[in-house]
Each structure stands twice: as structure tokens, then as C-alpha cells.
Design a protein. Structure first.
Length: 67
């Protein structure tokens, strides 16, 4: 069972159906955005919450309607 707060590249690849190298690039992009906003990032991991917000358009406590 993985960490419920952080995702690894293999989880991102599986979730999106993409290759691991592409998942790493996506993770680096998301972590760069977080770092620019002043958040602490961990190389090789990305916030699950931020990932879901950026990929699926979800924000805390809200569901996407009409899907």
C-alpha cells in the first residue's frame, strides 16, 4: 500500500496509463510549480492532492459536476 499523501512515478503512470519516463516528467513539472509557490517538495514524490487538482480539476471538498 502506497503513501496516501504522496505519489510516486509508477503510481502516476498507472493512474494515467502513460510510461514511467513521462510520469517522471509530469511529476517534475508539478513539483516545480509547487516549489515556485513556496511549498516544500520531495524529489521522486508529488502531492496526491495537487496531482488530482491539476489533472482532474478537483479542489478540496468539491466534486466536478456534469461528469
Amino acid at each position: 500500500m502506497g503513501n496516501k499523501y504522496l505519489m510516486r512515478a509508477d503510481e502516476i503512470a498507472e493512474e494515467l496509463g502513460v510510461s514511467k519516463p513521462y510520469a517522471y516528467k509530469l511529476m517534475q513539472k508539478l513539483n516545480k510549480e509547487l516549489a515556485e509557490k513556496g511549498f516544500l517538495v520531495i524529489n521522486g514524490r508529488v502531492s496526491r492532492k495537487y496531482f488530482e487538482e491539476q489533472i482532474y480539476g478537483m479542489s478540496a471538498g468539491k466534486e466536478v459536476k456534469g461528469v
